[in-house]
Each structure stands twice: as structure tokens, then as C-alpha cells.
Design a protein around this ligand. Structure first.
Ligand code: F6P
Length: 328
């Protein structure tokens, strides 16, 4: 049965991702356009627990489309994982007469949202916001495209100095369990090798590829290492290569959190706008425990359960093949 929704709240939780502000803006304005009252929760689930909830109006989301981060702030909230924490959050949801939530984040955010919805009957729609692109139910997550562009900007610069000094650079990029950022950045930057969590690359394979490059007169090389690479990060891989080949002039760069910041790309601004708009329309239509995602350039709803439990490997097979072919 459709629950009449009057008051909704939006929050961002987990790691921030460029494009979250576009999604917040779309949620607020779509809600107001449809006669709803919209609240913003500060610092994700932490803000529900501490009652840091404020009314939003159309102007409260002016001039934020181009901003990285999230105007609502975010947190990885351990207390929300406890029964007491969730009960406190529900108390404040009730006090503020909030009927439904839009939660923007990754798998941790959605796991919390699902339990909260099941336990307290609050309707919830999720928007996938994580640079890792590691959720089922959306070809792209918010922030992924911008993060790749940020990586590229850095790798292009490193390429200049690598070439000038004839050096071998190991560049580590984010992606806890997902090689999506690494793979796309490797293709777009022309990296010689990419090391992914989803693929087994032995030190012998890596050395073979580097030696092949050297034998065909490559003077410098870029190896992109995903932080989730099972055999070690950039420092470890560089150490192992140097142990065997002392003559390589090896350098390491960890790109780290700079990948999460910066102005969102047009793709992420549009994606955030589409998903925010769709999330509110889904709540109005009485949907709950769904995630709004982009599949084949169409906005579709997937159950949150499927989004967080379906085993996925989003590495495009043609891109994987190209990492071998185009780097000779
Ligand atoms: O989930 C996105 C992500 O950026 C991962 O790629 C990375 O491992 C993690 O967040 C870092 O989290 P934190 O900012 O909490 O250290």
C-alpha cells in the first residue's frame, strides 16, 4: 500500500564523491516542486543520531552543482550499526515527522538504510555515490567519472617527468575492492601495466611486461596499481621489482584522497541530477528499499538488497584485453 509521503530527508554517508551535491540539489528541488517538505541531515547517519537535521529550501542548494564534497557533510558512522544508535536515529526521524529518506552513498550506506527501513518501516531510496563504482544496479556510480579524470590529470603530469628521466613510476589509485578506476585510468593514460584486485598478476608477469617494453626501446613506464591489488600496493610492487632489477630507476606516487575531491565532471553532475530526481519520484510512487541507478543510459530501480549482494565484476572485457595490446 502506498504511504502518503509529506516530509522527506536526504543524507550523504560513507566516502564523499563528486556529484553528491548535484544529487542533493535534485532531491531538494524535486521534492519542493512536488509539494513535499525536504530536510537535510548533516553528517549522514550521525546526524540522525544527534538530531542534526535542518529544513532545506530551493535556495539552500543554489550554486552547489560545481562543488566537490557534500554540503551535507558525511561520516562513516559506527554507532548507526548498533541497535541503540539506530533507535536514537528513529526517535529523531519521528520527532521531525520524516516519512522517507534518500540516502546517497555506497554499500555500507545502503546496508544501514535497508536495516533501518525494515526495522522501522521508513521508506528509503538509495543513490549510488562512491568513486569506486563497486555497486550492482548502476553502470556508473556518482564520482567515478570525475575521479578518473582527476587520476588522468595527475598521471599525465607524472608521465612528463617519467619521460624526462627515463623512470619507472608505480602510481597507486583508489578502489578498495574494485579495479574500475585503475582500469579506465590505465587505458586513458596509456599506462604500460595495470594491477587490479580482480586479476592475479605475479611479479614475474610484471617484470616480463616491463622487460618487453625495455627491449622495444621504451625508456619510461607507468604502472597503475589499484589499492586493492592482492599482491601489494605501489610501494610493495616497486620494492619487489627493484629487488630483482636494480637498474630500474623506480619512483612511487600514491594519489590517495585527492581522487575524491574536485569539481564534478559534466557526467557526474548530470548523473547526480537524474538520480536525485528519480529517487524522489520513486518515493512519491510509494517505492522503498530500492536504489536509483543508470543502466544502459536509462534510470532504473534495483532493490537495495540486489545492489549490495550481487557479485559483480564491472571491468569491461575489451578494456582488459586492450591493456595488453595497446601497451606494447
Ligand atoms: O569507498 C571509496 C574509497 O575512496 C575507497 O576507494 C577507499 O579505499 C576508501 O574510500 C577510503 O576511505 P576513507 O576516506 O574513510 O579513508
Amino acid at each position: 500500500m502506498n504511504k502518503q509521503i509529506k516530509n522527506i530527508a536526504v543524507l550523504t554517508s560513507g566516502g564523499d564523491a563528486p556529484g553528491m551535491n548535484a544529487a542533493i540539489r535534485a532531491v531538494v528541488r524535486t521534492g519542493i516542486y512536488n509539494g513535499l517538505n525536504v530536510f537535510g541531515v548533516i553528517q549522514g547517519y550521525q546526524g540522525l543520531i544527534t538530531n542534526n537535521i535542518k529544513p532545506m529550501d530551493a535556495r539552500s542548494v543554489s550554486n552547489i552543482l560545481h562543488l566537490g564534497g557534500t554540503i551535507l557533510k558525511t561520516a562513516r558512522c559506527l554507532e548507526f550499526k548498533t541497535e541503540e544508535g539506530m533507535a536514537k536515529a528513529y526517535q529523531h526521524v519521528k520527532e521531525n515527522n520524516i516519512d522517507a529518506l534518500v540516502t546517497i552513498g555506497g554499500d555500507g550506506t545502503f546496508t544501514g538504510a535497508k536495516i533501518f527501513s525494515e526495522r522501522y518501516g521508513i521508506n528509503v531510496i538509495g543513490i549510488p555515490g562512491t568513486i569506486d563504482n563497486d555497486l550492482a544496479g548502476s553502470d556508473f556510480t556518482l564520482g567515478y567519472d570525475t575521479a578518473i579524470n582527476t587520476v588522468l590529470d595527475a598521471v599525465d603530469k607524472i608521465r612528463d617527468t617519467a619521460d624526462a628521466h627515463d623512470r619507472l613510476f608505480f602510481i597507486e589509485v583508489m578502489g578498495r575492492n574494485s579495479g574500475c578506476i585503475a582500469l579506465r585510468s590505465a587505458i586513458a593514460s596509456g599506462a604500460e601495466v595495470v594491477l587490479l584486485p580482480e586479476q592475479e598478476t605475479t611479479i614475474d608477469d610484471l617484470i616480463k611486461k616491463l622487460e618487453l617494453g625495455a627491449s622495444t626501446k621504451k625508456s619510461s613506464s607507468i604502472v597503475i596499481v589499484s589499492e586493492g591489488h592482492k599482491k601489494g600496493g605501489a610501494f610493495e610492487m616497486a620494492r619487489q621489482v627493484n629487488e630483482r632489477f636494480k637498474h630500474y630507476d623506480t619512483k612511487v606516487t600514491i594519489l590517495g584522497h585527492l581522487q575524491r575531491g574536485g569539481s564534478p565532471s559534466s557526467f557526474d553532475r548530470i548523473l547526480g541530477s537524474r538520480l536525485g530526481f528519480a529517487a524522489v519520484n520513486a518515493l512519491i510512487a510509494g517505492e522503498t528499499e530500492k536504489m536509483a541507478g543508470l543502466i544502459g543510459n536509462e534510470v532504473k530501480l534495483t532493490s537495495i538488497h540486489d545492489a549490495i549482494t550481487t557479485q559483480i565484476n564491472k571491468l569491461e572485457p575489451d578494456l582488459l584485453e586492450m591493456t595488453e595490446v595497446l601497451s606494447i
